[in-house]
Design a protein around this ligand. Structure first.
Ligand SMILES: [Zn+2]
Length: 178
């Protein structure tokens, strides 16, 4: 892996944003579990396009799908028990973090985990793994979106765009975070 200058690790939700991989500098890594999750998600029309893009990116070696080593997975399980994130994280989530830890240890490259999941971010923080929450534009243009309710101002996770506020029922909108 000598030529790789930057490694981006994507979780399922980041793929579901429908990012154009050609706009991304660096090599993207993810786990087989993530690809499997995208394949079984229900809204098929949108996901068909996403899966096609994933296949093209794999063929061009822009995206590498790798199952993490067990020794690192065991370490992630131990660590997530300590931080209290164990129950909040699925096996797929843990494998994504595991892959980040493994690549950091084995390649010494600049690794960034892309996720909008609070528990994943927290675990990354504890493991000193760099992470970034993203909206669709955030990942390519450096813009980070904030999703909020225009009525009661409650803030939401970026994956909640197009949903309704659980407090007052307003349609959520987004604004630039910085
Ligand atoms: Zn509201």
């Amino acid at each position: 892996m000598g030529q790789i200058s930057k490694i981006l690790i994507f979780d399922t939700n980041i793929f579901l944003l429908g990012i154009d991989f050609n706009l991304i500098k660096g090599t993207i890594f993810t786990t087989p579990g993530v690809i499997k999750e995208i394949s079984v998600e229900k809204y098929t029309e949108k996901n068909r396009t996403i899966l096609q893009r994933i296949q093209v990116a794999i063929d061009r070696k822009k995206l590498i799908v790798k199952k993490p080593l067990k020794k690192y997975y065991d370490e992630i399980e131990r660590k997530s028990l300590l931080t209290g994130d164990f129950n909040a994280l699925s096996k797929t989530d843990k494998q994504v973090i595991t892959l980040a830890l493994e690549l950091k240890e084995e390649t010494k490259e600049n690794i960034v985990v892309y996720t909008n999941d609070y528990s994943m971010e927290n675990l990354c923080l504890q493991l000193k793994l760099e992470f970034s929450p993203v909206g669709k534009k955030g990942i390519t243009g450096g813009i980070v979106w904030e999703i909020f309710c225009p009525f009661c101002k409650k803030l939401y996770d970026p994956t909640q765009l197009d949903r309704l506020c659980d407090r007052c029922g307003q349609k959520l909108i987004r604004r630039k975070k910085n």
